[in-house]
Design a protein around this ligand. Structure first.
Ligand code: CDP
Length: 227
């Protein structure tokens, strides 16, 4: 399938484990568009703070770390590169994710990263995150909001863990961490996780990825945005 307009922007938002990442990659591949995972930016900020032993809730210090690190970072479809080295798999760790949701609650950090995201989105893309349809790309051509039950989202996350991590973490542990992250993401004052009014909600609890993709592509076709 091909986009019918130049600079097509598709926003995908949803909580952890809702399938945003998988669906964003598959949809982007189906349309030949870049895919931009905004979670990686917040993860990158958190990772830099963890490495430099900077408290992730100290807004001024985090901003300082980020302002120095951003010029050395590259963000693209393949992931995040720091000094030209791919650090994406490190950023995907659960501990980095938890710290990321703390960094992401800081308004100054969000303001700084907003510009990075909007600049790169101009080329046309599938962008996934928490506030893409509401704040980053309010004019996106299509917005999807993905959900799934908490248990199913924890199960998906558990399947992504490797052997060693599975021995250390129980499902109940994951459910607890996920609930904490969901609460922090939805309750924060600045750009909380929220469905945009014009977003199409897809509950993927009992759907396979190919079924979700099919649904998304049909929406694009119906709106005359791809064929
Ligand atoms: O993949 P997963 O859903 O576990 O996390 P992620 O999308 O990589 O995002 C990590 C954290 O970054 C989230 O828990 C959010 O707190 C934050 N985030 C955000 O605030 N806004 C975004 N657009 C993307 C991520």
């Amino acid at each position: 399938m091909k986009p019918l307009i130049e600079g097509l922007q598709i926003a995908i938002d949803g909580p952890a484990g809702s399938g945003k990442g998988t669906m964003a990659s598959q949809l982007a591949a189906a349309l030949g568009l870049p895919v931009l995972d905004t979670g990686l930016l917040y993860r990158f900020a958190a990772w830099q703070c963890l490495q430099q032993a900077v408290a992730v809730d100290d807004e001024y210090a985090v901003l300082n770390v980020l302002e120095k690190a951003l010029p050395r970072m590259q963000w693209r479809s393949e992931g995040v590169f720091f000094d030209a080295k791919d650090c994406t798999s490190t950023l995907r760790g659960e501990d980095v994710g938890l710290a990321a949701s703390k960094v992401a609650a800081l308004p100054a950090v969000r303001r700084l990263l907003l510009d990075v995201q909007q600049q790169l989105a101009k080329q046309g893309c599938v962008m996934d995150g928490r506030d893409i349809g509401t704040v980053v790309l309010p004019q996106a051509h299509v917005k999807f909001f993905l959900t799934a039950s908490l248990r199913e989202r924890a199960r998906r996350r558990w399947l992504q863990l490797d052997e060693q991590q599975r021995r250390q973490r129980s499902m109940d542990d994951l459910v607890k961490d996920m609930t904490a992250r969901d609460t922090r993401d939805s309750k924060r004052q600045h750009a909380p996780l929220q469905r945009a009014n014009d977003a199409i909600v897809i509950d993927s609890t009992t759907m396979r990825p190919d079924e979700v993709l099919d649904r998304m592509l049909r929406v694009l076709q119906r709106r005359g945005l791809a064929h």
